[in-house]
Structures are given as C-alpha cells and as structure tokens.
Design a protein around this ligand. Structure first.
Ligand code: ATP
Length: 219
C-alpha cells in the first residue's frame, strides 16, 4: 500500500532529519512507530499523509508516486487515509459530533445515513454526553478521543495516529487500542506512533524504530 525507498528529508537548509528510510506498509498490517523524542516520527507521518514532500528518494502510496500528484489527486488519496494529529486539529466552530461526522460529509453522504453510526462511536469513546459541545470546552483527553473517532469513522484504508493515547489514563488507552484493533480486523492498515511501551507490549505487532533519522523494522 505504501513504499518508501531511500527517503531523506531536511527542513529548509537544516540537517537531514530522516535518512535513507526504506520500508513498506503492507495491506491489513498493524505496526507501531517508536523512537526517542525528536527522532523523526511526526515527520514520517507527515510524509505518509502527503503533507510534506521528501527531499530525496521515492514514496509510493496506493501505487501512486507521491512526487507526481496534483492537489486534487492528493486530496483524493487523503480521503483514503485517517489521521490522528498529536495536536488533534479539531475545528473549533463545529460541535464534537460535527467534527467526527466531517469525513463522511466530505464524501458526500447524507446525514440520515450516518447519524446513528457517529453517535454510537462517540458513545464508545465516552463522548456521548459531549456530542453537542464545541471543542474548546473539551479536556485534552476528550479532544484526543474526538480526534480518534474522526479518524476512524470513515473506515479508511490506512490509519495513522501520532501518540493517540498520550492524554488518557491506562484503562482508556487500552479501550482505544481495542478500537484500533477492531478497525484493523475489518481490513485497515494501522500505524501508531508512540512512546508508550506498556501500550506496545499489549499487542504483538511490527515495530518500526527510528533513531537519529534512521528507521529499522522489527517484524
Ligand atoms: N517544521 C520544522 N522545521 C524545522 N525543523 C523541524 C520541523 N519539524 C520538526 N523539525 C525537527 O525535525 C526533527 C524530527 O522532529 P519530529 O517532530 O519528526 O520528531 P518526533 O520523533 O515526532 O518527536 P516527538 O516524539 O518529540 O514528537 C527534530 O529535530 C525537530 O526539531
């Protein structure tokens, strides 16, 4: 589904923060991405979400060369990818419900066809009571759960999540991991960037470890 060949990335004139990164994300796979702070995890996710272009090397996503996409093609491919940003990026003028429903609205679906689905997912992540409030009044952990629900709702082919359990307690983290596992069972490839060793130890998955910009895969 995704292939990186000798990918390098530098920001502006700075040093290379990713170096010779070669790996793939197979269909229906589950992997953790880990490594010390500043190692390049978020940068790698931004490349995968097509919001950064590599300085060198080749990235192929869904069989398309990422360097050759026009803005419309990039937008179309992004609809097939769910992402949970570290800083959530909820839209403050939309309710929690509307934020979560947004990917389905963008796909052109009628509200009547997804209302129950969105409510059910919000209940599952413990936001049933917070459905109609605006994000600025949510706590950090509530925002994180809303961001996860928004990334999952359209059952994307790939789900990318940057520290998705960073703001919740261990029992809620386990519950959220179950949600990712359910999505994985239904066919989505999952990549979770995390420092949370306890979370990784709960599930025997591939580990992609970045250190000083270099990536090693442990199958
Ligand atoms: N927009 C930017 N401009 C310049 N340098 C950047 C930019 N974003 C990140 N960097 C640098 O790139 C390197 C990798 O950063 P990145 O955020 O990818 O690491 P990370 O592994 O996600 O870290 P953390 O675990 O702390 O979130 C760091 O040295 C960081 O300072």
């Amino acid at each position: 589904m995704v292939r990186f060949e000798n990918v390098g990335l530098r920001y502006g004139m700075g040093p290379e923060v990713l170096r010779d990164v070669t790996f793939g994300i197979p269909a229906r796979s589950f992997q953790f991405l880990t490594g010390p702070s500043g190692a390049g995890k978020t940068t790698l996710l931004r490349l995968l979400f097509l919001s950064l272009r590599p300085t060198r090397g080749l990235i192929s996503i869904f069989g398309r060369d990422a360097a050759k996409l026009d803005p419309n093609e990039t937008a179309a491919l992004r609809q097939r990818i769910g992402i949970v940003f570290q800083d959530f990026r909820l839209l403050d003028h939309l309710s929690t419900y509307e934020n979560v429903a947004l990917p389905l609205r963008v796909q052109g679906r009628e509200e009547a066809s997804y209302r129950a689905e969105v409510s059910e997912l919000l209940q599952w992540v413990g936001l049933g009571e917070r459905m109609h409030v605006l994000p600025p009044v949510l706590s950090g952990g509530e925002k994180q759960r809303a961001a996860i629900a928004r990334a999952l709702i359209s059952r994307p082919e790939i789900l990318l999540a940057d520290e998705p359990t960073g703001n919740v307690d261990p029992s809620l983290a386990r519950r959220l991991l179950r949600l990712f596992l359910e999505l994985h069972k239904s066919g989505t490839s999952i990549l979770i960037a995390t420092h949370d060793i306890a979370l990784m130890d709960q599930f025997d998955a591939r580990r992609l470890v970045i250190n000083q910009g270099r990536l090693t895969v442990y199958d």
